[in-house]
Write a protein that binds this ligand. Structure first.
Ligand code: ATP
Ligand code: MG
Length: 555
């Protein structure tokens, strides 16, 4: 879907109204991640929204790292965030900023408020401050330090910066209104002492601005006109507006939209970190993770994520998007682009007894019926093949169109075969299927007149290469694992979310495929090469199966 084909969402409406009034108004947005984890599907939505609006209105979009909390932030995260945004297809050009670039400016802003009598150093500890704040239905209590003189406040704040005081012993607070119905206006903390090493400013600072005193001001410094953020910041807006007014700085406008939530996925960096640290997944890029890195390794394409983000729209209220929509988007994308190949996930040997032992032939098959330009390739065909174990049943029901004793099927792009016997192993599992083929039934030249209802995929035993297939299910057994008051989300971990098949049989063309190549394996789904692949031993991840549960539901 093209952005121009749908009606405007509410943020575009606001912008277009502004532009109608003032055509010279600049549209300048930013994506402001905190580098304390990898980006997830929700961030992808925010990236597409911010960069999308920047591009649509001939504006600009900055990348700004909100790095005001030295203890949780790391350059590994900075690097991964940049890689993810680029991979999604967006470019911040030379506008890569850091809130830490503004530490001097922010310090100056704080001094300005002190000088206006609008900020003070409080010697109370965190518990005392929380206690004095009161609760939404009753007013708070003013701190005994609230009426210090400007000179004393300036001196103490400077000495906080010099490192004279211990962590947690003092904070700088805005002097606003301890009886405001909005808790964020009850003298919020602006600065705290934290003797911690910062990933960019090193040990230059031992006081750090709170998010609420850094975020809005950073927007102002960069002259961001539309500061788009998620709904939880709606209550913070009066505070940001107060800072803008009292500091007399650039008036960025904050607009809140609903967070993206997707069923069976979680979108909280803190919880995702827990999955990584406690070993529930193999890392931030585990293909079951809702991180951009995980989705990428799973085989989602940038285009599929951009289309998804467009389709979910921009809401003002929280809602839950079905995972099936995301899966629909990748199927749509890959159906057009992905080459079809034959891979047998769980092989069983099939022998065509009337096919000469030393004979091989090369049969033509199309690479993508949806795309003529994709061309054709040759498949080796011989006496011994592999077919899918699940395509065989010893005692099949009537409507079963696959293979069984005395059944007839077509082998894709090859011949019709008839099964006349089979052998089993010690456990009674089929180990070899014996068939005959009809030489005059070759695909495209079939004159046999024989009816075969089912068509099976296969690979030639002699030419096939072995490799690994990783099949994934949802990481959680519940659609909203974080939405249970009485249960931790970890209780809903799906123990069967990964199934590894170590002896899959591939067409030889798949033996050395570069990373991140997408294919449709006939009848079994869309797959992508995993970076764990080795020359001659491919490893593929299943992205999704072929069956679409989204369009069906819509009908
Ligand atoms: P988390 O709760 O996962 O830590 P966050 O909001 O604290 O998320 P930030 O790095 O601060 O993470 O987010 C960067 C930007 O992405 C913010 O503007 C934030 O509002 C937006 N964002 C985060 N999560 C979502 C989401 N689920 N849907 C849409 N936007 C999101
Ligand atoms: Mg945040």
């Amino acid at each position: 879907m093209d952005a121009n084909e749908r009606s405007l969402h509410f943020i575009e409406e606001i912008i277009e109204n502004d532009l109608a009034e003032n055509p010279a108004k600049k549209v300048h947005t930013r994506f402001p991640p905190e580098p304390n984890g990898y980006l997830h599907i929700g961030h992808a939505k925010s990236i597409c929204l911010n960069f999308g609006i920047g591009a649509k209105y001939n504006g600009l979009t900055n990348l700004r790292f909100d790095d005001t909390n030295p203890t949780t932030e790391d350059t590994e995260y900075v690097d991964s965030i940049k890689a993810d945004i680029r991979w999604l297809g967006f470019d911040w050009e030379d506008r890569e900023y850091y809130a830490s670039d503004y530490f001097d400016t922010l310090y100056g802003f704080a001094q300005k408020l002190i000088k206006k009598g609008l900020a003070y150093v409080d010697d109370s500890n965190a518990d005392e401050i929380a206690e004095m704040k009161g609760n939404p239905t009753s007013p708070g209590v003013e701190s005994p330090y609230r009426n210090r003189t400007i000179e004393e406040n300036l001196d103490l704040f400077e000495r906080m910066k010099q490192g004279e005081f211990a962590d947690g012993s003092r904070v700088l607070r805005a002097k606003i209104d301890m009886s405001s119905p909005n808790m964020h206006m009850r003298d919020p903390v602006m600065y705290r002492i934290k003797k911690a090493h910062h990933h960019r400013t090193g040990d230059d600072w031992c006081i750090y601005p709170m998010y609420d005193f850094a975020h809005g001001q950073s927007d102002s410094v960069e002259e961001i006109t539309y500061s788009l953020c998620t709904l939880e910041f709606e209550n913070h807006r009066p505070l940001y507006d107060w800072f803008i007014k009292e500091l007399e700085i650039f008036p960025s406008r904050q607009i809140e939209f609903a967070r993206l939530n997707v069923s069976y996925m979680i979108t909280s960096k803190r919880r995702l970190l827990k999955l990584v640290e406690e070993g529930y997944v193999s890392g931030w890029d585990d293909p079951r993770m809702p991180t951009i890195a995980g989705l990428r390794r799973r085989g989602y394409t940038p285009a599929s994520l951009r289309v998804f983000s467009e389709k979910v729209g921009v809401a003002k209220r929280d809602n839950l998007i079905e995972l099936a929509l995301l899966e629909f988007c990748i199927r749509e994308d890959l159906n057009k682009k992905a080459e079809r190949v034959m891979v047998v996930l769980d092989p069983v040997k099939l022998v065509i007894e009337n096919y000469p032992e030393d004979q091989m032939e090369y049969l033509e098959t199309e690479n993508n019926p949806e795309d003529e330009a994709a061309g054709v390739r040759k498949l080796a065909f011989g006496r011994e093949l592999y077919i899918e174990r699940s395509d065989w049943m010893e005692n099949p029901p009537k409507k079963y169109f696959r293979l069984g004793p005395d059944r007839t099927v077509r082998l894709k792009s090859a011949y019709i075969i008839h099964c006349h016997s089979f052998s089993t192993d010690a456990e009674g599992q089929v180990s070899e299927i014996k068939c005959t083929y009809y030489p005059n039934s070759k695909s495209g030249e079939d004159v046999s007149g024989i009816q075969a209802k089912g068509t099976l995929h296969w690979v030639s035993k002699r030419e096939a290469i072995s490799g690994e297939i990783r099949l994934y299910e949802n990481l959680f057994t519940d659609a909203e694992p974080t939405n249970h008051e009485d249960k931790d989300f970890l209780e809903f971990i799906n123990p069967d979310s990964l199934k590894v098949l170590k002896d899959a049989k591939f067409e030889p063309s798949l033996s050395n495929v570069p990373a991140e190549r997408h294919f449709q394996f006939l009848r079994t789904g869309y797959f992508v090469t995993d970076p764990d692949s080795k020359p001659g031993y491919p490893v593929f991840n299943r992205i999704v199966g072929l069956k679409d549960s989204w369009s069906k539901k819509k009908q």
